[in-house]
Ligand binder design. Structure first.
Ligand SMILES: [Zn+2]
Length: 253
């Protein structure tokens, strides 16, 4: 059975761009007689505010956007579905995979133009200790765990709206973060795991997330997660009166 998701982030109120995204999700699943899951991406604790989270339920209801799977209320979300409850599982999945000798600790800031940390990549046996080092330094934001993207990694998929998409991940994104300096797993890792574990078959995203899709497809191939059969629909973003893209500030899905 087809399954898609609304994946709002409670770091701001939902806007027209988020709702337009969720409407596509609903429409697609209606066409395919599929089901919709609500997944609130609240891993980013400091930015996830309770009032934003509560408003998600109100806004979805007011927009007539229904879902059959996932929490029905904010309380239910916090008690059973919050991603903060699953930190251990995200970590265990990383340890089980082992990183294919592509992961490395990096303490550089964005201002550092040259980063040679990628030359010191971790074996599977070294990964548990590296994660401990990262977690110990999380309060001072010392280390992030990154993945090396080899040169000329081309990721290709067939998109519902954009047709055949071909993206050179090393050029478009380069090495990216798997576990953040503040000690929590990065969006790319959490989103991939959740989509895989929740058997998501259809994903609707704004075109600002094309590189994320490519990163996650690449990751799934490396770590053997069920994700490559997912069908994608990337769509244009809505703009406000100043022409700014609405979905940039609040990442959804
Ligand atoms: Zn570095």
């Amino acid at each position: 059975m087809a399954r898609s998701r609304y994946a709002p982030t409670p770091s701001g109120y939902l806007h027209a761009g988020n709702l337009a995204n969720f409407e596509r999700v609903r429409r697609w699943m209606d066409e395919l007689h599929g089901e919709v899951l609500l997944r609130i991406d609240d891993m980013d604790g400091p930015r996830a505010r309770p009032d934003y989270m509560e408003r998600i339920f109100v806004d979805l209801e007011q927009a007539g956007l229904t879902w059959g799977l996932g929490p029905r209320t904010p309380e239910e979300h916090l008690a059973n579905y919050s991603q903060r409850l699953r930190l251990g599982e995200y970590k265990q999945a990383l340890l089980d995979w082992g990183g294919s000798e592509l992961l490395y600790l990096c303490s550089c800031s964005r201002k550092d133009k040259v980063c040679s940390c990628r030359d010191n990549r971790l074996s599977k046996a070294e990964l548990p200790v590296a994660l401990e080092v990262l977690e110990a330094g999380a309060s001072q934001r010392k280390y992030a765990l990154k993945i090396k993207v080899e040169d000329s990694i081309e990721v290709v998929w067939k998109d519902k709206e954009m047709g055949l998409v071909c993206l050179d991940l090393s050029k478009e994104l380069g090495d990216f973060v798997i576990w953040r300096k503040d000690g929590i797993p990065a969006y790319q890792w959490v989103s991939l795991l959740e989509d895989s574990w929740q058997s998501i078959t259809h994903i609707v995203r704004g075109e600002d997330l094309l590189t994320s899709t490519a990163a996650q497809l690449h990751l799934s191939k490396l770590c053997g997660l069920e994700f490559r059969q997912v069908q994608f629909w990337h769509h244009e973003l809505l703009c406000d009166e100043q022409g700014r893209k609405l979905s940039k500030s609040v990442q959804s899905s």
